[in-house]
Design a protein around this ligand. Structure first.
Ligand SMILES: NC(=O)c1ccc[n+]([C@@H]2O[C@H](COP(=O)([O-])OP(=O)(O)OC[C@H]3O[C@@H](n4cnc5c(N)ncnc54)[C@H](OP(=O)(O)O)[C@@H]3O)[C@@H](O)[C@H]2O)c1
Length: 325
């Protein structure tokens, strides 16, 4: 059976548990597409999975045993089509978001409805940096918060993967944007369009004022941030506090008593239509990918270490095949 290179780990632990190993090349099942992957990226949630902090979720997505795999975003070319797949052709450049943790590899089999044609404006590396976080940002702002022009928005984690797209999209939608970020990335969030940029290590929530929308990509102390909502305000949490998971999830559920001012949490489930919505925003210049660094697959441990060390500007990309200029 043909083999392929893939990022793997045999036990939960620090980034150094990761290595480039070998696996049988998958085949496209019915309704699936086999993609020859050029690039993927490291997402914040994958660090928790690898560290064993969300074992139930990691087991559900990647199976109970080891070795386990990595990778949510993907950009590459169609290598083969499974039965019943229409609308895509072999060799076509595509991008997508997998729910199977399998894109940090030379080939990935992915449901056809989670892929879309690669936007012509994007390289493979840029597309891999944008697919997951971009669809998350669009869902958070448009579907969950229903952000309107002129509203005041606060984003926690403004220079991170999700946050760097939330800042751009909110600005493009005509909101007044306040972004919390680390001191070394405040210049980036300003450049991305934030009107106010505040160092999260020195910020005190009550000093920041009132907001119509709060988007929280950090998840800690949701109560304190929800208190900043103006009447009619909406809070969207894309993360929750893993160190206090029970009370954090309990708070999310209990906040439903606040009706419209509850804290909304969602688990991204991007489909082709979401990727196409994002592509349209890229085409009109409302959103651009933010790539901090590109690592080869062989340095997957260093890629995770870089995100874990903090201060990343946007996204860490992992290149599988040489990325086209
Ligand atoms: N619900 C969903 O569908 C969904 C989808 C995507 C992601 N997520 C979750 O969203 C979270 C963020 O993901 P990501 O990929 O954007 O991660 P990321 O790229 O690591 O970004 C996190 C950002 O938060 C900043 N930060 C850390 N502590 C902070 C604090 N106390 N206050 C303000 N900012 C702080 C970090 O800055 P420094 O590095 O400078 O500390 C970093 O820029 C993860 O928990 C992920 O699992 C959920």
């Amino acid at each position: 059976m043909a083999q392929m290179r893939a990022a793997l780990y045999d036990r939960y632990g620090p980034p150094e548990v990761l290595y480039e190993g070998s696996l049988p090349r998958p085949a496209a099942g019915p309704g699936q597409v086999l993609v020859r992957v050029h690039a993927t990226s490291v997402n914040g949630g994958e660090l928790y999975g690898r560290a064993g902090r969300v074992k139930a979720v990691t087991g559900l997505v990647g199976g109970r045993g080891f070795p386990k795999r990595l990778g949510i975003d993907l950009a590459g070319e169609v290598a083969a089509l499974g039965a019943d797949v229409t609308g895509l052709t072999v060799g076509q450049p595509v991008w997508g978001v997998s729910r199977a943790m399998n894109t940090a590899a030379e080939y990935a089999a992915i449901d056809a409805n989670r892929l879309a044609p690669l936007p012509p404006e994007l390289t493979y590396a840029q597309a891999a940096a944008l697919a997951g976080v971009g669809t998350t940002a669009v869902t958070a702002l448009r579907d969950e918060a229903r952000l309107r022009p002129g509203e005041r928005l606060l984003v926690r984690g403004g220079a991170g993967g999700v946050g760097s797209i939330v800042v751009q999209l909110a600005r493009a939608e005509g909101a007044h944007v306040t972004a919390l970020a680390g001191a070394s990335t405040l210049d980036l969030v300003r450049e991305l369009g934030a009107h106010e940029c505040v160092d999260y290590r020195t910020a005190a929530p009550p000093d920041l004022g009132r907001f119509d929308v709060v988007v929280d990509t950090v998840g800690t102390d949701l109560r304190a941030w929800r208190r900043l909502l103006a009447p009619g305000g909406r809070m969207v949490a894309v993360s929750f506090d893993l160190d206090r998971a029970a009370s954090s999830l309990g708070y999310l559920a209990a906040s439903a008593v606040h009706g419209p001012r509850r804290v909304r949490f969602f688990s991204g489930n991007p489909r082709r239509a979401d990727l196409d919505r994002l592509a349209a925003l890229v085409a009109r210049g409302a959103v651009r990918p933010v790539v901090d660094r590109i690592f080869p697959l062989s340095q997957i441990a260093a890629a995770h270490r870089a995100l874990e060390d903090g201060g990343v500007r946007g996204k860490i990309v992992v290149e599988i095949q040489p990325v086209r200029p």
